[in-house]
Design a protein around this ligand. Sequence first.
Ligand SMILES: *[C@@H]1O[C@H](CO)[C@@H](O)[C@H](O)[C@H]1NC(C)=O
Ligand SMILES: *[C@@H]1O[C@H](CO)[C@@H](O)[C@H](O)[C@H]1NC(C)=O
Length: 296
Amino acid sequence: MASSFSYNPSQNLAILLLVAFITNYLVLVAVAGNFNQDFDITWGDGRGKIVNNGQVLTLSLDKASGSGFQSKDQYLFGKIDMQIKLVPGNSAGTVTAYYLRSEGSSWDEIDFEFLGNLSGDPYIVHTNIFSQGKGNREQQFYVWFDPTADFHTYSILWNPQHVVLYVDGTPIREFKNMESIGVAYPKNQPMKIYSSLWNAEEWATRGGLVKTDWTKAPFTASYKSFNDDQACVWSSSSSSSSSCSNTTSVMLSQELDTTSQERLKWVQKNYMIYNYCTDTQRFPQGLPLECTAPAQ
Ligand SMILES: *[C@@H]1O[C@H](CO)[C@@H](O)[C@H](O)[C@H]1NC(C)=O
Ligand SMILES: *[C@@H]1O[C@H](CO)[C@@H](O)[C@H](O)[C@H]1NC(C)=O
């Protein structure tokens, strides 16, 4: 008779474990973000896929089409992280683009573009920054690891002071707000996150000399661990405002500390392969204004 009320420690333990499991699971999901919740696959007719319960997204490219996705939210400032594993093997001719972009003809844009290569030859990380429809601010880099062997974190920090592009936490490029000398700065147009995998064999690899090898298709890039916890989500409903969490306010005023400045110099010295700011042939009328100001 007493048996149904008897204390059973193993049952309690089981419940505890279950609670612990559920709590952990929720925490993990919250931290890692969920592609189903945050993104839409926008083109590619099934070539873009969200798998593993929303934890991983893959894009693929074959001769008929590439594919792409975009964020559901728009952002006005923030730090946004994404882990990407680029197309492995012979990826020559392919481009994986990952960027922020606003709408309209006078748009703002912050770009990472990964230009594929023959097996064993280095990818190029191509970057650009548009303000009010004007780009032409390319900088290109090699990276210090094989970006196809594993996932690496590519981050964009965008606040009123500067835009910083990071690879695995190391800044590779800084674009400062130089409105004071007349250079337009992206600061009032909200942007969505976009990514696409497409064929750019006309120019991507060694300037278009190496074409895409379609016998290696489909080409696939993978994404995980998206994090926008420190970004300001813009809401059009409440009269052009954006909502930021408290940790974000720190990000909004963040500048590069001494260590980060050293790292940035190290990357620019050892891994930068093109800088529009030193391309005097391209700008015979004079380098862009931001290039001649100190410390750009
Ligand atoms: C591909 O490899 C060649 C040879 O090492 C190199 O010159 C080029 O910068 C690499 N990257 C791309 C995207 O062309
Ligand atoms: C943010 O943090 C500050 C102090 O650290 C606190 O006073 C303020 O109420 C917080 N704001 C929100 C929206 O949580």
